[in-house]
Design a protein around this ligand. Structure first.
Ligand SMILES: [Zn+2]
Length: 308
């Protein structure tokens, strides 16, 4: 992945904050099997549960608080601290700095969907915003901790991520191969959830678990949408000079890494499709590739697909 060094970056939607981190912030989700950050099985299970929880809240009146519910640590009314991204001005910055690369990817996702959504769905596009944090963060979906993994919160239309997730969980616990296109794949997947939110797709989710469930269909569709953007980006856009085969392989490997069957295996459980919420490794790779190959919302209609 390489950015056009002269392209200007727009940091206006990307913020950082909620770093109640280290000293045992106010909210700590207890992990059944461990006390270290990202501790083993517990961490993985929480990641999955939280993502589902937040996605199903749709219109979002009441917001669940995972544990106990004081909100003393972080303050949502405060504007995001954008200092982390203050130096991200051009594509050249994105080529040398991971934080700036995140901004570049966000800019590219916005540029893609603001064109594709009206064209393909006759729908209006509004950008999501993105917030990085460490430790704990207060969101429109309740308080989240680092163990949660990246997620999209529909009520505030924000993507949240603790960037240690990529090293600690995706490569560490789950054994993904890593690479600089891992995070763009995850961001594009989360952006896919934002598109689903704009299109009202989240309201179609009735069944939460199982290989044919609506939850799995929603997740595979987000992978497919990630593939759509990747295809467009691979030819280059105003920001990206293009992607190479290594980038695509990294995305596919990441889709494989977060498959439910693999997570179950890595957690030492047997593979049980009845517990699936995101789809198998095979399915996640396949739907990402479908989006990448076909490049249309229509091709990504997992809800009408007879076979996933
Ligand atoms: Zn998802």
């Amino acid at each position: 992945m390489r950015f056009n060094p002269k392209a200007r970056l727009d940091t206006s939607r990307v913020g950082d904050g909620g770093g109640g981190g280290g000293g045992g912030g106010p909210m700590r989700i207890p992990l059944p099997g461990g006390t270290r950050a990202g501790g083993g099985i517990g961490g993985l299970i929480i990641i999955i549960l939280f993502i589902i929880l937040t996605q199903c809240m749709g219109g979002g009146g009441s917001t669940p608080t995972p544990d106990g519910g004081t909100s003393s640590g972080t303050d949502t009314s405060r504007m995001d601290d954008t200092e982390r991204y203050a130096n991200c001005q051009t594509g050249a910055d994105a080529n040398t700095d991971e934080d700036c690369a995140r901004v570049g990817v966000e800019n590219s996702l916005v540029a893609y969907w603001e064109k594709a959504l009206p064209e393909q769905a006759n729908a209006q596009f509004n950008p999501a915003s993105m917030k990085t944090f460490s430790g704990a963060v207060q969101t429109g979906c309740g308080q989240a901790s680092s163990q949660v993994g990246p997620f999209y919160c529909p009520p505030d239309q924000k993507i949240y991520l603790d960037t240690t997730f990529f090293d600690d969980v995706l490569e560490g616990q789950l054994g993904g191969q890593g690479g600089d296109f891992v995070e763009p794949y995850v961001l594009a997947h989360e952006y896919g959830h934002h598109i689903q939110n704009l299109l009202g797709t989240m309201g179609q989710v009735r069944t939460q678990k199982g290989p044919e469930s609506d939850a799995v269909r929603l997740e595979l569709q987000a992978d497919c949408y990630a593939g759509m953007w990747t295809k467009d980006a691979s030819d280059g856009d105003s920001l990206l000079e293009g992607l190479d085969e290594g980038d695509i392989n990294e995305a596919v490997d990441s889709a494989k890494t977060v498959g439910d069957d693999r997570i179950q295996q890595k957690s030492g459980q047997g593979v049980d499709p009845e517990g699936w919420t995101h789809g198998s490794s095979e399915q996640r790779m396949a739907w990402f590739m479908k989006g990448y190959t076909d490049g249309t919302l229509e091709a990504c209609d997992t809800f009408s697909a007879s076979e996933l």
